[in-house]
Each structure stands twice: as structure tokens, then as C-alpha cells.
Ligand binder design. Structure first.
Ligand SMILES: Cc1ncc(COP(=O)(O)O)c(C=O)c1O
Length: 482
């Protein structure tokens, strides 16, 4: 139940008595589904005061609305919207403006959900809710947090984060070089706007992170794909001859192919950026979850050790290590970009939610984040093993797992059998979300020579993995039979 506010009701226009005008104004709110079933209307006294009319005027309007079934009076409680409108009353879905790129449209319509196998979703069942709630509660009653604050981000959070990043990812920074953003997503936009002119070419991995492709399209840059092959990864050689002045990569767990760059490859790219005065965005979105080996030092940290981090923009997110809905991410930028990036952050969204930032700073400082990550690393590794075991048992040689043992997803490829889109569609009909490879590369499987799909296991309970994969196998075979 929500309380309805009188909002923009205006009785100065229209025909009839004030009471009739009020009746029509409220009825049109209900018919337009702006005031929804079971929501509580303002009391007659309050509404009369707000609209500057007599209480009788409001009472008459309410009585008429009750008589016609739009609202109901509940004894001792007040008036509530009573009508559940049939579908045809709702406005049709808006249509995207012409000129919107295919890629953006495809991703806008992609089913963003937290259902089974939807990639990129963290486990929600094991989050330390009570502890997080207690920390948040401590900050909720602090009046100082309620005003405007530094657009760069809450200083205590930036300080805690700089220590976390230094000790866990060898990132070379202090708080003055960190900008807190609305997820990694915003950091990616800021990084492009701060370093590139409209129309410039941006090199990025292909297949690659679809939302980064969306940023490139929407901000009016040119997309220059760099091939990522299964197992062997990024085509570094081709980068040497590219004219793009910025390269976006996910070097520790390439999304979605699940390859990683070794130290030699990282050094080669750092050298390319430094000698040619190019920028690299290092998206380090899930490197805390490496299961087979120790994670590689971040490229930013590697470059920093050599005093060469002036060309690296390091981007991170709390979506995987905490939860997606937190919408907090960050960027570590070279000194020369700090002021322009902060100005862009200020212009795009102002400051970030301060209570959440203050709570997160505590969560990092008291060791809770690291404890949570350790626990989740064990859990995700178990889920990963279960996924691999079941995929091998169910599919045998029909599919190949091409992603490394890391992160929250598994990438499959196959040559014979169901079309990747068809499989995703059949799965979606049963409430299972898998992403066809073309979501990440815009290529049909014919052009690519193989078919692929990405399965996220982060938010799938261990106990459900076998049965969900069994359903997927059934659909896989069903698709071949057609
Ligand atoms: C490659 C990549 N980068 C970054 C992110 C995190 O983005 P955000 O912080 O906006 O949730 C994701 C999430 O799925 C991702 O896959």
C-alpha cells in the first residue's frame, strides 16, 4: 500500500463545480493507472487544505468516486483506490526512436533479470544481510549524511577502497585518484568522455561486454572490434596497427570468453599505450573470483610499479563482490584525468548515495568485505565445479566449455546442433535465461563458424544446478529434433 499525494491536481481549469472538477481529476489519475489499486488517498481534511477548497467539496467528490466504484472507503482507515483496470487502459509500450543502433536496441530489449543462469548476477542467498542492515542503520540517523557531498565520492570510502585495491589487486593509487560511480557502467562513460572526442574510434574486445558496446553507440563513438578467440584470447598483434586511441579490455577474465592475459601480454599492451600515447580501460569486474590459480596483478598495478600508469584507467564494481542492486562502482584514474573525470561525474549524476557509501566504507574497513569475498569464492568455486561436472555428464562431447575456471559464468561452444538463439528462446519460455553468443558479438553463428552461449551460475542454488541443466539439455536436444 502506498500513500497518494495530491501531486499536480489542478482545479483552476475545467468545467463544472469544484467538486465535479475534483471528481474528474481523480478519476483520470485512476484510469491512467497513475493512482494504483489499494493505494491510499489523502484524507478529506488534508486534501481540502492542500487544494484550498472546503472539506465538503472533497467529501462530495470522494462520495461520487465511491458510488462509481473507483475508490472505496475503509472504516477508520480512509479512502483507497478500488479499481484494477483492464489491460486495454494501459498506454502502449513506447517505440524506440528511429536511428537507435541495432546493438543498443538488442541490449535494451534483452531480458534483464535475476533468474537462473542469467549472467553476472551475484548469489543473494548468502549475503550477510543482518550485518549490512546494522551498518546501514548506524548511518541512517546521521544528519550530516543527508546533504550534498563530494561528487568524487565519500572520502572514507575512497580511502578504504584504495587500501583494499592496493592489497588485493596491487592497484597503485590513493584516495585522490578514485572516483565513486554509479556502477562500473557510469565509470565507462566517464572514461570515454574524459579522453575521447565524439566520433573517435574505440577499440574493444569482440565478443565483448555488451553494455560497453552500448556506451560506445549511445555516446557517438566508432566501434573498432578486436578479435577474442576461444582459449587463445585477445588478438594483441592486431592492436598494434589500430588507429583507435583507446582500448577497452577485461584482461583478468575476458567477458564473455573467459580468457586472461598473462604478464607478458599485459606488458606488451602497457608499452603500446605508453609509447603511442593511447589509453587503456582495464575493467577488473570479477577478478576476486579466480579458482584455478592466483589472479594476475592488475595491469594498472603492473604499470604503476614501472611508473607507467599514466595511460591506464582502472574500473571496478561492487556488483559481483556485494550485489548488483547496490549500483556502486569506481574508477582509478591517472592524475591528469582526475579533475575532468570528477567534473563529468558531477555533470552526469552529481554525488552518489552517501548513506550507502558510508556503510560500504565501514564494511570494507572492518574486514567484512574480505570475509564475504573469501566465503563467496569458495561457494562460487563449488558451483563452478558442479556446473562443469553436470555439463560433462549431460552433454558429453556435444559442447565444449571454453571459459576458464573463474567468475560467475561458464561459456559454451558447439558446432553441431541447436541454433544459439533458438536454445535461448526455448529456455526463456521455461524461465531460464541463457545468453546467445551473438548478444556479445553481433555475428551469426554461420559467420563465426561455431555456436555459443553464456550461462551465469552466481545466483543459482547448488541444489538446483543439476535439474536446471537437465532441462537445458532436454531443450538442446528438442531444438535439434525440429
Ligand atoms: C564486463 C563487466 N564489467 C562490469 C560489470 C559491472 O557493471 P556494474 O558495476 O555497472 O553493475 C559487469 C557486470 O556484469 C561486467 O560483466
Amino acid at each position: 500500500m502506498m500513500l497518494i499525494d495530491s501531486g499536480d491536481i489542478d482545479l483552476s481549469v475545467g468545467e463544472g463545480s469544484r467538486s465535479e472538477r475534483l471528481f474528474h481529476a481523480i478519476r483520470s489519475k485512476i484510469v491512467a493507472n497513475l493512482w494504483k489499486k489499494n493505494n491510499q488517498l489523502p484524507s478529506t481534511r488534508k486534501l481540502a487544505l492542500e487544494l484550498g477548497v472546503s472539506r465538503n467539496t472533497v467529501i462530495h467528490a470522494y462520495e461520487q468516486l465511491v458510488a462509481e466504484g473507483y475508490i472505496e472507503s475503509r472504516r477508520g482507515s480512509g479512502y483507497y483506490v478500488a479499481v484494477k483496470l483492464p489491460e486495454h487502459y494501459f498506454p502502449a509500450q513506447s517505440v524506440a526512436p528511429s536511428g537507435t543502433s541495432d546493438y543498443v536496441l538488442k541490449n535494451a530489449s534483452a531480458n534483464i533479470t535475476n533468474q537462473a543462469f542469467s549472467p553476472g548476477v551475484a548469489d543473494f542467498s548468502t549475503f550477510p544481510y543482518r550485518q549490512w542492515q546494522a551498518i546501514i542503520n548506524c548511518h541512517l540517523s546521521r544528519p550530516t549524511l543527508m546533504g550534498f557531498h563530494d561528487e568524487q565520492g565519500w572520502l572514507e570510502l575512497r580511502e578504504a577502497l584504495s587500501q583494499y585495491l592496493a592489497s588485493n589487486r596491487s592497484v597503485c593509487c590513493d584516495a585522490s585518484r578514485i572516483i565513486i560511480t554509479s556502477g562500473a557502467q557510469q565509470a565507462l562513460s566517464i572514461a570515454l568522455l574524459a579522453t575521447q572526442d565524439k566520433g573517435d574510434q574505440i577499440a574493444m574486445e569482440c565478443p565483448g561486454y555488451a553494455r560497453m558496446k552500448g556506451v560506445i553507440d549511445v555516446l557517438g563513438y566508432q566501434y573498432q572490434p578486436v578479435n577474442v578467440a576461444p582459449f587463445t584470447g585477445l588478438d594483441i598483434e592486431s592492436i598494434q596497427s589500430m588507429s583507435a586511441k583507446l582500448l577497452y579490455i577485461t584482461p583478468s577474465n575476458q567477458y564473455p570468453m573467459g580468457t586472461s592475459l598473462n604478464t607478458e601480454q599485459r606488458l606488451e599492451l602497457i608499452n603500446w599505450a605508453v609509447t603511442n600515447n593511447r589509453y587503456i580501460i582495464e575493467d577488473d569486474y570479477d577478478s576476486e573470483f579466480q579458482f584455478a590459480h592466483r589472479p594476475y596483478t592488475s595491469m594498472q598495478g603492473l604499470a604503476g610499479k614501472m611508473g607507467q600508469d599514466s595511460q591506464i584507467i582502472y574500473v571496478g564494481s561492487f556488483s559481483k563482490v556485494m550485489f548488483n542492486g547496490l549500483r556502486l562502482g569506481y574508477m582509478v584514474v591517472p592524475n591528469q584525468l582526475v579533475s575532468s573525470c570528477v567534473a563529468l561525474k558531477a555533470a552526469l549524476s552529481g554525488d552518489s548515495p552517501t548513506h550507502l557509501q558510508a556503510a560500504l566504507a565501514d564494511f570494507i574497513r572492518d574486514g567484512s568485505l574480505v570475509r564475504h569475498i573469501r566465503r563467496m569464492r569458495r561457494l562460487y568455486e563449488q558451483k563452478y565445479q558442479l556446473m562443469v561436472q553436470n555439463i560433462k555428464e549431460l552433454w558429453g562431447n556435444d559442447v565444449e566449455i571454453c571459459s576458464q575456471a573463474a567468475g560467475l559464468h561458464i561459456t559454451l561452444r558447439w558446432w553441431q546442433g541447436i541454433d544459439e538463439h533458438h536454445w535461448a528462446q526455448l529456455a526463456e519460455n521455461e524461465g531460464i535465461i541463457i545468453r546467445p553468443m551473438s548478444y556479445y558479438d553481433s555475428l551469426s553463428s554461420k559467420q563465426r563458424g561455431w555456436k555459443g552461449a553464456v550461462l551465469g551460475f552466481g545466483n543459482v542454488a547448488e541444489a538446483d544446478i543439476e535439474s536446471l541443466l537437465t532441462s537445458l539439455r532436454r531443450l538442446f536436444l528438442q531444438g535439434i529434433a525440429l
